[in-house]
Ligand binder design. Structure first.
Ligand code: NAP
Length: 249
């Protein structure tokens, strides 16, 4: 498939490496220019382009920027055909992103993203830690393979997203429509807790929507205190996983 990835940070870079290695034709863009692309991102065959080019003539576009950048990239989607599958990886972390009133009022994050882009989207890879995405992928069928929750309204988006998640080394667990995708937002038992499909299916319905923001903010506060910030650079991934499991499950 022809895949454009916008955002090549911890998540976007890993997706570029894995999806190009799996045989897809991958182009990548960051907020700067193709010349400024980190060479590591291109190590398995991805090609650096502008953000406009990453959104042109693709089967799939993966959006992996901070959530508060989505309004900036939205104009790139004006010409994108409805048949293209757009997959968003973002999460709302108020301590890091700018405050978004609709999300504070409880709007489901992926519905907000869909509104900004003005077209259908799918949600995936938002609920896996960057470290786990890079290091913990396994071949299909291997015992203990971690599952990544996905959400989509259209059957075609669901199928393509499932296939690509599997190409990155994880089972895909369908949480339902975008309206239901709060079940994979920060604070929910399915969020960044590295569970198998069987484990996810047991906890998915235990999520309580009104409790997510408080649990998310607790987790961010504890992680920030431990690591003097929430940057990926100095992250203690094992600690984050343990905190998430304790607070969210
Ligand atoms: N880190 C995690 O463990 C994790 C896990 C799951 C989901 N997520 C979510 O996935 C998203 C990406 O996370 P990350 O940790 O990979 O972020 P990151 O390391 O901060 O990288 C963000 C990327 O987005 C690019 N970008 C920012 N604004 C842009 C714009 N206007 N146009 C084009 N590109 C733009 C940046 O470009 P430059 O390189 O030019 O700065 C950078 O490549 C976030 O929404 C995050 O919440 C993160």
């Amino acid at each position: 498939m022809k895949i454009g990835i916008i955002g090549t940070g911890y998540i976007g870079k890993t997706l570029a490496l894995k999806l190009a290695k799996a045989g897809h034709e991958v182009t990548v863009a960051n907020s700067r220019s193709p010349e400024n692309m980190d060479k590591e991102v291109l190590a398995t065959g991805a090609v650096a382009v502008t953000a406009q080019q990453a959104a042109q003539d693709k089967d799939v576009i993966i959006l992996s920027t901070p959530l508060d950048q989505i309004t900036k990239v939205a104009p790139l989607f004006a010409e994108v055909q409805q048949s293209v599958t757009v997959i968003d990886t973002s999460n709302y972390i108020p301590a890091r992103d700018s405050r978004i009133e609709r999300l504070e009022a409880g709007q489901v994050e992926s519905l907000w993203v869909q509104e900004q882009l003005g077209r259908p989207i799918a949600k995936a890879w938002n609920a896996v830690l960057a470290y786990s995405l890079a290091a913990n992928g396994r071949p299909a069928g291997e015992p203990g393979r971690i599952a990544i929750p996905i959400a989509a309204d259209r059957e075609i988006d669901r199928e393509i997203t499932k296939r690509l998640v599997e190409d990155t080394g994880f089972d895909a667990f369908y949480t339902g429509s975008l309206e239901n995708s709060w079940r994979q937002q920060p604070g929910a038992p399915a969020y960044c807790t590295d569970l198998t499909i069987e484990e996810l299916s047991k906890v998915i319905d235990t999520a309580e929507k009104e409790r997510l923001p408080k649990r998310r903010d607790f987790s961010v506060q504890i992680i920030t205190e431990r690591m003097n910030g929430i940057s990926n650079k100095n992250a203690d991934w094992d600690f984050i996983l343990r905190i998430n499991r304790t607070l969210y499950m």
